[in-house]
Write a protein that binds this ligand. Structure first.
Ligand code: BGC
Length: 512
């Protein structure tokens, strides 16, 4: 691994660090947590379109599917079928709060190990299920895995990354999410032709990354921040040296110690989250999740096969289209990795808001004009819809997708980091749940109007990003208050002078 020195330059102190092979390994292993999340997202749409699966668990839906040409927008609308997809997110919502406690009391690494354990349990149950109750229980355990994984991995990545590479390294989580979705699409495509148990193979596939995460977590380190926070100061400093690849880590070490000392003074992080000083990262973290989901991305991700069938593709073409969507999603995430620490976060958010707004609006117009209840789209219109879907996914993949995870993981001060991030994760899960649960009914009732619904949200989120999301590129993770919030035109009003009183901490005293 070539040594990239990321020290020096800039207006504020940057800590010296190299991009070490060990950090790279830690990033790859931990990001597998994202792969499992993505696999879960991608697999549901395919499995719920498989006849063997429907016949076994959702017979009524299966019957209705046989008369699918009756209504283009409503063929799979069934609350129970939607519950299969969405139960996972509801479980993840609750689990992320538990995970935040484990994350601060035991560390980021054990939280990932819990995630791997829950995933395996969930995979075993869903794969072996012979009735709907076991199936839903399996989904709930998978949801616990997602809650624990999504809580620990982005925080872990943001804490081990050198400030100047933090965006790119953190986005490896999202990269793995997209790879997980793509793999799931491929698995769906091949297993849909395996009768009658193709769906079991598809659901069982999640065992592979779960084992990789479990075994791999024995190799990776704990973050220096988490070690120092839990009074393992020497070990924390040694880990910092190891991951930074330089001897002199004194300055960064001191900034972490200072952050830990402040964190220790806060007995109840959830109460602290309600204080004015926490408002900027809290509000931004929650709203980013709402906006991320209300772009409509998961309407496309969960139901890409259904959607492609709806616009007139056959069964196989539908899955193939989902594979194309998946590949675009992965490739475009690299653009985000490349740009996020160069152009910064804001440009990506703003560009893609415009770009996604245009795509959703065009899809809505074409469907409104051309797709009657029983008719289907002409070839040209269908092609334009597919192109717009792909362009939309592209925009999401380099902006709101990864940044929805990156920004909340880097903006909370240590004292509220795990608690604040738990709110962000659970908010993401809540809105993912809402879309998963409501999308098919919304499609059935609102028809093409659903795309105008999403594009209106995109407009609002673009304006929010423009006025309220500050740039965090290159800012050391424990310096957001001074470098980001205090100078911001709006958020500075929440930075009260009394919150600065305890900022001078005697590092020597703590180190003794
Ligand atoms: C979102 C998921 C979405 C995925 C698509 C993630 O950032 O949280 O809900 O399915 O991106 O790539």
């Amino acid at each position: 691994m070539p040594a990239v020195v990321v020290s020096g330059g800039g207006k504020a102190p940057e800590f010296e660090a190299k991009m070490t092979a060990y950090v790279f390994l830690c990033v790859i292993i931990s990001a597998v947590g994202g792969l499992i999340f993505g696999y879960d997202i991608g697999i549901s749409g395919g499995v719920t379109a498989m006849d063997d699966f429907l016949k076994k668990f959702f017979h009524e839906v299966y019957e209705r599917k046989q008369h699918a040409h009756e209504n283009n927008y409503c063929k799979y609308d069934n609350q129970f079928l939607q519950l299969f997809t969405s139960s996972l997110y509801l479980a993840a919502l609750v689990a992320s709060f538990l995970a935040s406690i484990v994350c601060s009391k035991l560390g980021r690494r054990p939280t990932m190990q819990f995630a791997s354990f829950f995933f395996l349990l969930g995979v075993a149950l869903t794969t072996a299920a012979n009735n709907i109750v076991i199936l839903i229980f399996g989904r709930i355990f998978l949801g616990f895995g997602v809650g624990f994984g999504n809580q620990a991995v982005p925080l872990f990545l943001s804490e081990i990354a050198p400030a100047k590479l933090r965006g790119g390294l953190n986005i490896c989580f999202q990269l793995m999410v997209t790879i997980g979705i793509l793999i799931a699409n491929l698995v769906n495509y091949f297993t849909s032709n395996v009768h009658p148990n193709g769906w079991r193979i598809a659901l069982g596939g999640a065992a592979v990354p779960s084992v990789i995460l479990g075994v791999g977590s024995l190799v990776i380190c704990e973050t220096p921040t988490s070690l120092i926070e839990r009074n393992r100061v020497e070990e924390g400093k040694a880990t910092l040296r190891k991951i930074r690849g330089v001897e002199d880590v004194e300055e960064e070490f001191e900034s972490i110690v200072r952050a830990c000392e402040l964190a220790r003074q806060v007995k109840d992080p959830y109460r602290k989250l309600m204080k004015p000083a926490s408002r900027p990262p809290f509000v931004i973290g929650m709203l980013l999740q709402l906006f991320q989901q209300f772009t409509g991305i998961n309407a496309i991700m969960f139901y890409a096969p259904v959607l492609f069938q709806t616009v007139g593709f056959g069964n196989d073409a539908a899955l193939l289209s989902a594979v194309i969507t998946g590949s675009i999603n992965v490739l475009s995430t690299f653009v985000g990795i490349y740009l996020v620490d160069k152009t910064g976060r804001r440009i990506l958010l703003l560009e893609s808001a415009v770009h996604m707004f245009i795509c959703q609006t065009i899809i809505g117009i074409i469907l409104a004009k051309n797709l009657e209840i029983t008719g289907s789209l002409g070839r040209v219109e269908a092609l334009v819809v597919v192109i717009c879907v792909l362009l939309f996914v592209m925009g999401f993949a380099w902006s709101w997708g990864p940044l929805g995870w990156l920004i909340p993981s880097e903006t909370f001060p240590l004292e509220t980091r795990t608690a604040g991030f738990a709110f962000a994760v659970s908010c993401n899960m809540f809105f993912t749940f809402l879309i998963a649960q409501a999308f098919l009914s919304m499609l059935c009732n609102m028809r093409s109007g659903i795309f105008f619904f999403f594009s209106s949200w995109i407009l609002v989120m673009g304006l929010f990003a423009m006025f309220f999301v500050p740039e965090t590129k290159g800012v050391p993770i424990d310096m957001m208050r001074d470098r980001v919030w205090k100078p911001h035109w709006f958020w500075k009003r929440f930075m009260l002078p009394e919150d600065d009183l305890h900022r001078d901490v005697d590092v020597e005293k703590i180190y003794d």
